[in-house]
Write a protein that binds this ligand. Structure first.
Ligand code: MIG
Length: 750
């Protein structure tokens, strides 16, 4: 990419500044007072976005004026100053230069000499392409020095991404994920920059392989580089970090409200390989009185791993087991991989071939690779007809009353090496190659799945995906893929889920207990404590690892398991309220402390605590053997959540608290009113008749939301909204702000 130079003319119309240069054109488009789209048209224009759907342009007042040799586009909140060479500086309303293009000469650090690179290649520890990645697109921004970086989806490591480089290229790497990993399953090129002068986001909307180097190369700039496509990004402002997150989800969509039971407990394992095993798991959950709403069917349930088939030999007559489980209050979720087995006797494959639904090699033949079923073809989800077909295929599962669909292996992963970059897919009506398709594959598969389920059931679809791109939250929840039963992975779960949340993904979870490797009783107990208060709560592990269902552990651990799963169900109405807030504002249920307290330096790098909603702080133990921990409580007054005597803590300081194995330190803010349910074994389709308000010292108010927890009737007004207010004398009053659903029979104050 050569810099635009020698401005010729410019045009300002419809809040869009279009500047012609000798060698291309540059565009600054005002979408809202806070959001600007900036792109460079050089060797082609940016193509249709998969992340941003519909017209996001609002009719705000904006002006464009010449100032010296720059052009300045102004809204109420920001001024975008464009200099003669299309360098961009963004100023806030106080005139602070909050985001500036880096203008000095770039100086790479040469870490490895050429001779060393050759040695590494010879040794087999590196490939030539690991060095000097292409930089078809490059854009560097100046660093002031106090930047903290957040977001980027599911990247490994710590909350603050400063001094690291990450890559956007959906990757299934079976090794234990560490902070040295550049990429995992998801690519969300959305970066949040927090510094003294303010907070803003940058969303680089380009699905080619790309990188974000966040002060690793040099401390005075950070950069974005991509292998292809165009430089096409959004500056996303806001008066707070929360507004930046909200604005990002305005652009890419928020997480829709899930069915209520989705927030219950899920039990899974790769290797529940018969109806008998499924029944045993179900009955043991009930026997142990550990609440559970959902069982997951991994790949074993299919006929030879053929998607949309059912193995009757092992799982009995199609649909029967699912109904049986439903009668006992268990939903079933079935896994679906994208690869379709190459088999002339298999209807799905034949339909795909006949209708041209599969990705092709450049020579026009169907491209094949190997996955679980053996040789497979890959649906071309960029083709709307393929998506319709895939949506229709969900009928197979929906007719059996399956409750949700789990989309795995959609990076896409393949056993015989990654798909070559030149495999041909569609981009709606156009043709593109795998280079551009890769990072959108999981997104489009999820979209097709969501639309199929929605059309066939009328319910809020429950989709879980491993791979995704920016904006996937509109269609799917996620899990963080193949973690391992390692303390380091329990530790990483917190920053990873928090960063996913502020990258728009409102419902995310880790495999509780760890997927690979063997868990320990203590690790399991601590992981359940985190899982129980994270958005998606599922115990899942790999075939070949020791079993980690609750009954596999000593009674002490089972009791802890029960205690925290019960807590989960008690708090369901609070979590559901958080989900409603997330649908409306994009602010996730599980939040890093910095999202609530962005001016408190103690929160910038807080990796082992998180907020649930805006009034509950969780400080779990995530190190082996610890029974005490240091807890930071931000400003304000806090109370111990579980304390019988409601112990008071003054915020803005650190405490050393007791946390024996059966305890997870949780705190709530002064004046908190928490909506809770009485204990239950599963929530299913019900909305309990009784709401119990758990109140803490101090005055406060709380908005609570109630609906049927199943379908979209709430969008036509079928919901209640209550405001509970606690006065200084301790009395709690209830106001009904909206009525559209049968009210609770009883609201008890505790
Ligand atoms: O290569 O379906 O991440 O959750 O149990 C393994 C079997 C394929 C990977 C998923 C995991 C799932 C497993 N799958």
């Amino acid at each position: 990419m050569e810099p635009l130079s020698a401005m010729k003319t410019y045009h300002w119309e419809n809040n869009t500044l279009d500047i012609q240069y000798e060698n291309g054109h540059g565009v600054v488009e005002v979408l809202t007072d806070d959001i600007f789209r900036i792109y460079v048209g050089q060797n082609g224009e940016p193509t249709l976005s998969v992340a941003v759907e519909g017209d996001k342009k609002t009719p705000v007042e904006a002006v464009c004026e010449a100032s010296g040799d720059s052009l300045v586009v102004r809204t109420r909140r920001y001024a975008v100053s464009v200099s003669g060479d299309f360098r961009i500086d963004i100023l806030d309303s106080k005139g602070n230069r909050i985001c500036e293009d880096y203008r000095e000469e770039r100086t790479k650090r040469e870490v490895l000499s050429d001779a060393h690179k050759e040695l590494l290649i010879a040794e087999g520890h590196a490939k030539p392409e690991d060095f000097d990645r292409p930089e078809h697109i490059f854009s560097a921004k100046k660093m002031d020095g106090d930047e903290k970086f957040y977001g980027l989806g599911d990247k490994t490591g710590f909350l603050n991404k400063r001094s690291y480089e990450f890559e956007n290229w959906n990757t299934d790497n079976p090794k234990a994920h560490t902070e040295a990993f550049a990429a995992l399953y998801k690519s969300i090129p959305f970066l949040i920059v927090l510094k003294e002068k303010g907070c803003y986001g940058l969303f680089y909307d380009n699905t080619y392989r790309s990188r974000l180097n966040l002060g690793k190369e040099r401390e005075d700039y950070f950069f974005y580089a991509a292998d292809g496509g165009t430089l096409n990004y959004y500056f996303i402002g806001g008066r707070s970090m929360k507004e930046v997150v909200s604005n990002y989800t305005y652009l890419t969509g928020t997480t829709p409200l899930p069915q209520r039971w989705v927030l219950g407990y899920h039990q899974s394992r790769w290797g529940y390989d018969s109806a008998e095993v499924m029944r045993t798991v179900a009955s043991k959950m009930r026997e142990l009185e550990i609440p559970c709403d959902c069982l997951h069917f991994d790949i074993d349930y299919m006929e030879g791993f053929r998607v949309f088939t059912w193995n009757e030999k092992r799982y009995g007559e199609k649909g029967k087991l699912i109904e049986e489980l439903l009668d006992d209050g268990f939903r079933s979720v079935c896994i679906i991989d994208p690869g379709v087995k190459k088999d002339e006797d298999y209807a799905i494959y034949r339909e795909g071939v006949e209708n041209d639904y599969f990705a092709k090699s450049p020579d026009g033949t169907i491209y094949n690779n190997v996955v679980w079923p053996g040789v497979v073809a890959f649906p071309d989800f960029g083709n709307p007809k393929t998506r319709d077909w895939w949506a229709q295929n969900q009928k197979f599962l929906m007719n059996m009353k399956v409750g949700g669909v789990w989309n795995d292996m959609n990076e896409p992963a393949s056993f015989e090496g990654e798909l070559p970059l030149d495999v041909v897919f569609s981009d709606e009506g156009d043709k593109i190659t795998h280079e551009k398709m890769h990072n959108r594959y999981g997104h489009l598969m999820s979209k097709a799945t969501y639309e199929g389920i929605k059309a066939q059931t009328g319910r809020r679809p429950f989709v879980i995906t491993r791979a995704c791109y920016a904006g996937t939250q509109k269609y799917s929840t996620v899990w963080t893929g193949d973690n391992q039963s390692l303390w380091a992975h329990l530790q990483m779960a917190i920053p990873q889920l928090c960063n996913l949340g502020i990258s728009g993904i409102g419902i995310a979870g880790t495999d509780v207990g760890g997927f690979g490797a063997d868990t320990t009783p203590e690790l399991m107990a601590r992981w359940v404590q985190v899982g129980a208060v994270s958005p998606f709560f599922r115990n899942h592990c790999s075939n070949g690892c020791i079993h980690q269902e609750p009954w596999e552990f000593p009674e002490e651990i089972q009791n802890i398991y029960r205690k925290f799963t019960n807590l989960r169900y008690e708090l369901l109405p609070y979590f559901y309220d958080c989900m409603k807030e997330c649908e409306e504002t994009g602010i996730p249920m599980m939040r890093p402390l910095v999202l609530e307290y962005e001016h408190d330096a103690e929160c910038f790098n807080c990796n082992d605590e998180f907020m649930v909603g805006d009034r509950m702080l969780v400080a779990p133990v995530v190190t082996q053997g610890s029974t005490k921990r240091v807890v930071y409580l931000p400003e304000g007054t806090w109370y111990g959540f579980e304390d019988e005597d409601q112990k008071r803590y003054d915020g803005g300081q650190y405490y050393l608290v007791d946390a024996p194995l059966d305890t997870c330190p949780i705190f709530v803010k002064e004046g908190t009113i928490l909506p809770t349910y009485a204990p239950m074994q599963y929530i299913g389709e019900t909305c309990p008749d009784k709401l119990i308000l758990r109140v803490y010292p101090g005055e406060g108010s709380y908005i609570h939301y109630q609906d049927n927890g199943l379908d979209f009737d709430y969008r036509n007004g079928a919901y209640n909204r209550y405001r509970f207010t606690k006065a200084a004398d301790g009395t709690v009053s209830t106001e009904l702000l909206h009525e559209g659903f049968p009210q609770y029979g009883e609201i008890e104050v505790k």
